[in-house]
Design a protein around this ligand. Structure first.
Ligand SMILES: *Cc1c(COP(=O)(O)O)cnc(C)c1O
Length: 363
């Protein structure tokens, strides 16, 4: 069988290892495994949302409301936008896929920072498009402008806060990049961790409303991180109506499940849960910063729910990740991103205790 040529260049996305795998391979009890690898919310699913999921279980035979009227109404309220400015995806990942399919072909390129969310590259390669990266992992205006002038990319990705590095780009800097890019290029502002950045420093807070005046910009958000619904797969894109209308042409019907829809509607109103998640996070991330300073490790200042520890030549992040895994601590090794670094999702106090204990021993 001859597959599409574009497949030759695509590396399969490697997700954070599941707890079940560690139980199977290393014989560790599931309760003793600590998973800090996928930036999930450590306090779990909001009890109110879990109750709504249970209540809707008996409606699993019904397709969801394909207009997603109630969810869009909740998001319209939250962000002060019109429902026609919103498209819902099975995770914001699916919105990224719609965007790539709507805009890219073999003659186009996409521009992104040196180290950023892996799916931008994968979706672009599926369309045969070329990948252009700036030299820095942070989003530097001059580097983006130079690459933009040379390559005239169809899409520019600004992931802020950035995954897997944790750094963020200020609102002023993002707007400066947007203002300097022509209307034939789409700028995607991926705010998967925006709730954390906004709580940390208002200069980094970007809302969909800040971007809605630009016809060539889309804001992406997700329920997977601060809202604690990674397993339900709900995300959204917010942009001018004409752009959303085009993306709708790529959308399959009923693209999120009946239970996901009910969960996201409830979660979008559950501000107390997000607030609680952020308070816990802000307490716990300080421990990671102090731990690094006390032990002479460097880290990237984080605006997300994870922290990236950077190592010098004395250490190999792949070996560290492997040794931790054998002890039941799942974190993310960043070798494949070209960094000698690990990314650790900030857990609960207890999970973090376990991480520090094993990490100290491994080092
Ligand atoms: C987690 C994440 C997403 C999307 O996650 P979904 O679960 O598909 O909504 C998008 N961008 C970045 C940078 C992420 O880290």
């Amino acid at each position: 069988m001859k597959f599409n040529n574009v497949l030759e260049n695509i590396q399969i996305y490697e997700a954070g290892k599941p707890i079940e795998l560690v139980v199977r391979e290393y014989g560790i009890n599931a309760e003793d495994v600590v998973k800090l690898a996928s930036n999930e919310n450590p306090i779990g699913t909001s009890p109110v949302v879990a109750e709504v999921i249970r209540k809707n279980a008996s409606k699993a035979h019904l397709y969801p409301d394909d207009s997603m009227f109630e969810l869009k109404a909740a998001l319209s309220d939250k962000f002060d936008v019109n429902d026609k400015n919103i498209i819902i995806g099975a995770g914001s990942d699916q919105v990224l896929e719609f965007i790539s399919r709507a805009l890219l072909d073999e003659d186009s390129s996409v521009l992104m920072s040196a180290v950023t969310f892996a799916m931008y590259e994968i979706y672009a390669k599926q369309m045969g498009a070329k990948i252009v990266r700036t030299a820095s992992y942070t989003h530097k205006y001059d580097e983006f402008m130079e690459a933009y002038r040379i390559h005239k990319p169809k899409i520019v990705y600004i992931c802020t806060p950035n995954n897997p590095t944790g750094d963020a780009t200020s609102k002023a800097e993002v707007l400066r990049i947007i203002e300097s890019i022509g209307k034939e290029t789409l700028v995607v502002v991926d705010g998967a961790y925006m709730e954390y950045a906004a709580a940390k420093d208002v200069a980094y807070a970007i809302t969909p409303q800040d971007l809605l005046g630009y016809e060539n910009v889309i804001y992406l958000g997700t329920f997977s991180k601060a809202y604690g619904l990674g397993g339900m797969r709900v995300g959204y894109g917010i942009a001018q109506e004409a752009l959303i209308h085009e993306l709708y042409k790529m959308r399959p019907p009923f693209n999120i499940s009946t239970l996901s829809l009910a969960a996201a509607i409830e979660a979008s109103r559950d501000n107390a849960f997000v607030k609680k998640s952020i308070v816990l996070h802000q307490e716990q991330i300080k421990r990671y910063e102090i731990f690094a300073k006390e032990n002479g490790f460097s880290y990237i200042e984080s605006y997300t729910n994870f922290i990236t520890y950077l190592f010098d030549e004395k250490y190999d992040s792949a070996q560290i990740a492997d040794a931790l895994l054998k002890r039941g601590v799942i974190i993310r090794n960043l070798t494949s991103y070209g960094l000698n670094a690990i990314r650790v999702t900030i857990g609960t106090a207890k999970q973090n205790d376990t991480f520090f204990r094993h990490f100290s021993e491994v080092m």
